[in-house]
Design a protein around this ligand. Sequence first.
Ligand code: G6P
Length: 609
Amino acid sequence: MCGIIGYTGNNKAVPYLLEGLGRLEYRGYDSTGIATTQGNSINITKAKGRLSVLKSIIASKKQSTSTVGIGHTRWATHGEPSTVNSHPHLSRNGLFAVVHNGIIENYKELKSDLQKDGYVFRSDTDTEVIAHLLERNYDGDLVSTVSKTAKMLTGAYALCILCRDFPEKIVCTRLGSPLVVCTGDEGTFVSSDTLAISGHADKVFRPKAGEIILLAKDKVSFFNKALKEIFITPEKLTLKSTDTDKEGYEHYMLKEIMEQPEAVRSTLSHIIKNGRISFDSFSLTKQEAEAIRGIYIVACGSAYHVGVSGKYIIEKLTGIPTHTDIASEFRYRNPPVSKNDLCIIISQSGETADSIAAMKKVKEKGAKVLSLVNVEGSTISLSGDYVIHTKAGPEIAVATTKAYSCQLAVIYCLGVYFSSLLGILSEKEQSRLIEEILSLPETIEATIVATRSKAESLSELFTEKEHAYFIGRGTDYAAAMEGSLKLKEISYIHSEAYGAGELKHGTISLIEPGTMVVALMSDENVFTKTYSNVREVKARSARVLAVSTKKHEHEISSLDHCIIIPDCSSLTVPSAEIIPLQLLSYFTALKRSCDIDKPRNLAKSVTVE
Ligand code: G6P
């Protein structure tokens, strides 16, 4: 969590910092701050609240002409959101200013050691220790001072540092948290991601853990742990500034919902070529596929829900035992993973701390890791044995939609790929399934058209509710989990998802006259079973909104409310079913006047455990 940015060049720094922080707000948005150098002084402005608060404070002051600065947008870990806890943090005598993304695990010991030396702490943050340590370790050389300080820190960090003695420079380092350095005609930038800089630079460097980077307005120098200068070849930065536009939509979430057909089309175009599935950076031989004992899908949040669908889909198509785990649980138990297992880590950002830790655990056990990631160049994307990139493009709304749909599409491809390798599918069946997968963009498009206005009008049912329940079986259960998460995260309505058959083991006691139950009924295998569970909640006077395919219109139209999605194949129906649930959440949150793109307490990239 937290986003950091820095700029040094010939232009004014503040506009770049503010624009970059706006694009980084998805990483946290409870306070913001910037520091700029002017002559030999460091000026700091920071504020509790959204970036707009900081912007209005800056607008009310004399315009800064500084050409060097750093900035931060925060998701609080140590210390409540407040002006004093927001970054940048200054060292005791104001020699250094620091912005930090990550967590310093040994900050308590470092803090008490510094306090013994007379350092007085102004904030409750772990970051402030870094500022003071830099000052205590200062030897007149930025690189060696940062190196010495970094060696004292345990935990995760990406740091951008200003020093009064070198007002034109920024010094940075990272361990565990992401950091990119970008250059171009406008100057030299550093940030948590390339999105913050898109449109202003054309080259990107991706520093490795432990490297120290010294940024000057027209030069970047990299140093390894031994403080020896090293030379890194940059990649081309392809993101355009328009990638972050709302393009006329009121919210990024709605824009991203509407982008799903194109995002899935783009993802599939890299995987299905000439009617065959082949991944750019992942392939197995028949023998390797036969040797797979089990598949572990590990992820967090919505990516975990894709994994739950994946379990049903991959097991059905391949017969390979498939286990789906929440990364934060998986990392602290002792899963019996061995070298004969394949682990799939699913992540939009590629930076989720728990997923990264789970990945490390699996690798230690000798299993191969396949990363399924949206952000190229991210930690998870770079650390797997194999990688498949979804091509959703930048996703900005905290609640994921298009990345989710792209991940699901890849799961279908993986199921068909494994099954074909194992000789389970005939050529004909394989071609039929690939055709079904290829028609996904049209299916999603048709579902948006068919369900948008119904979802909008039915959202009225939820706006005054305090609770809602989502039920389903099979892949409908995965959709129930994702639909429920979407609703609660952006509209703040308490919502739970249950396997429809499990409801009677406790949760049904919560059903009262008028309780909203969303019944997902698109998984053909279990339609009649879920229907029985719907009858059970109806018998207790719940208000049921059923979602199913056109084929079942007749059966479900007798329920209180229904949303009909177009008929589609049993393989791809989870992709259609999720659309009305995304729209329902969106319109409910809209009617409740919630901050849809930036829900309270959340961040899109969860880089702390
Ligand atoms: C956050 C986001 C979710 C996302 C989850 C996992 O909670 O708000 O949308 O599913 O993190 O993130 P990842 O980047 O690993 O997919």
